[in-house]
Design a protein around this ligand. Sequence first.
Ligand code: ZN
Length: 332
Amino acid sequence: MGKYLIFLIIFTAFVTSDAFCLTYKKEELKYKDHLKDKMLYVLVTLDGSYRTDKWEEIIKLSEENINATVYVSAVYFLNEEEKYRYICPFNAKISGISNVGFGSTKELTDERIGLVKKAQKQGVSIQSHLNGHFEGSSKWSNQMWDLEFKQYFLFTQFLEQKSQHIRFPYLEYNYDVYDVFEKYGIRSIVSTITRPYVDGIYTKISVMDDEKVRYFFYEFPISFVKYNKCKTIMMDYNFFVKDKKEQLSERQIMRNVEKLYLKQAKHCFKNNMPLFISHHFFMDGNEAYWKSLKNVTVKLKKIYKNKIKFITIDELYDILSTSDSIMSEEKS
Ligand SMILES: [Zn+2]
């Protein structure tokens, strides 16, 4: 285990409208100080959650010891008749609207809920992608965030374990969401936007009460990589936008994606950092990315044999936070 803090920034954010002021401590940490040597940690993460055939495939993957982390949009657990239960977070006078639709018929919605429950029982991690997938959340107030989180937990009450991790729609958020995290027990975000990307680094954000830390969470950046000669974040949607423009065939896409993931896996293994494979349930009818994801898991297992662990975001959080507290104790 190497050196601990790289650097520390203290910054403040005004959180609620009654001018209550919270202080945050932001520490940039190195994965390699906290993750085991000679082990590749892979996180298969998805968002979307509408398609039931994909839930069945996720359950199948979990039977092969690959437990994905699925960031679910909770509107898919409301059927067409229930959609008015969802109050628009940025205009509480409106209800029943969403950027991604709702769960469809009662039968399909019930089937989906049954599959999510089964997946969670088998070890799939069910986390939050909030509700209506609205753009512009970077401009939301503390009250809007609160309403959105409150409703997410209301619509996912059927889950045996509450979600504790989040990937925001469009990866968009602002500092007003921080004290809402504390209220709802959110432990990590996957993001890209708070600072320029530095390879091998993640951020720990602590909410401070005077000098005391009363709560903390992690922010995991999505890697920046070179895909087909372009720099982009490592997410299937970003590949899709580029591939569509170039009208690549399924075979070409799969070759590019798989090549990139294997190269990135090598980089992560060498540098003790987790490999985040970030996908969506549905990519405009294009199955190439889903197929690549499945192929890559098989190839990685073959290459890394007993030196690979497929973990969920909860497991990553546990590893890092345990190691973190041991290191803090050693320090003091
Ligand atoms: Zn999304």
